[in-house]
Design a protein around this ligand. Structure first.
Ligand code: ZN
Length: 303
């Protein structure tokens, strides 16, 4: 029988309200999204630190404030961004994770680690031209090992974002040498709408990923997409025992009337039920992902 479906809501990413007015920026708005998405059926919230006007933030205190706000109002598993290429230098990228390790009440359960490097130039589909021609997103193996070590010592589990098949091969080797613990949580990231760093969000794109998952290891896997609807990959995941990570942070969903995150979660819950998948509660998702129960996450005193 297929496992219960874990839904991660990707609430804001780098999306602005000019594209979808429901994008949360502040800690309070992120926490309200957590409450609404939990009621709708999500078990994880993934967020990026944003300033009051939506600007990208790398300030550790902004991250910690958001985690605390979510904890105060919801039971969702909290999954933080890792700053991506906003911040230069491994130590700076991990600054908020280190700080979370010293303040358990503001510690995320998980954080996103992209397990490799790729070109991230955006192609303007209307104009038929590249917006940039020299943008790369670089994560050396040394960086991955460093970030994994910092996360381990802070008590934050990695969610492993894989943009292409070589990333999956790297996950397998990192698990082989004990850098990544079982059960691993692998996120298959698709890209559409002028983003070309990953697989297309199609059945074929999903099948290629699925064929190269390290099925011989203890893993859970989920799907997400930048710049387009998650529907094709979500349907594939629902059929093949995977999980889903939708969010208006990734795509504004005009075809669904520019929904809130909670409305989007509701949409995918309906789809999941049609596929015969039950929805995991946050507590069930914690168990499936090998995370500590919520009480242990928030009441432990930092040493
Ligand atoms: Zn993110």
């Amino acid at each position: 029988m297929a496992p219960k479906l874990i839904i991660m809501a990707r609430v804001n990413e780098r999306m602005y309200r000019t594209k979808n007015p429901n994008i949360p920026y502040t800690a309070d708005e992120i926490a309200q999204n957590a409450v609404d998405c939990e009621n709708a059926g999500a078990s994880i919230i993934h967020f990026h630190a944003r300033g009051p006007n939506g600007e990208q933030s790398s300030d550790p205190d902004v991250y910690l404030e958001a985690v605390e706000a979510v904890r105060a109002r919801s039971n969702l598993i909290v999954d933080s961004s890792l700053g991506q290429n906003l911040v230069k230098g491994d130590e700076n990228r991990a600054a908020h994770i280190r700080k979370m390790g010293e303040n358990i009440a503001a510690r995320a359960d998980m954080a996103a680690v992209d397990v490799g490097s790729t070109n991230i130039d955006f192609f303007d589909l209307e104009k038929g031209e590249f917006k940039t021609t020299d943008n790369t997103y670089v994560n050396t193996t040394k960086t991955l090992m460093f970030l994994s070590e910092v996360m381990k010592s802070a008590g934050v589990r990695p969610h492993l974002t894989c943009w292409t098949i070589p990333f999956l091969r790297t996950v397998d080797r990192l698990m082989q040498i004990g850098v990544i613990d079982e059960p691993a949580f692998i996120q298959l990231a698709f890209s559409e709408g002028g983003h070309m760093g990953s697989h297309p969000c199609t059945t074929e794109g999903a099948q290629a990923f699925y064929n190269h998952l390290p099925h011989h290891r203890k893993i859970n896997w989920t799907v997400t997409v930048m710049g387009g609807t998650l529907l094709p990959a979500a349907a594939y995941a629902m059929e093949h025992g995977g999980h889903i990570s939708p969010g208006i942070g990734d795509y504004e969903y005009p075809e669904l009337g520019y929904p809130t995150n909670a409305k989007l979660v509701e949409f995918f819950v309906t789809l999941a039920r049609a596929y015969g998948r039950e929805i995991a509660t946050p507590a069930e998702a914690r168990q499936m992902l090998g995370l500590a129960p919520l009480e242990a996450s928030v009441t432990r005193v930092a040493s």
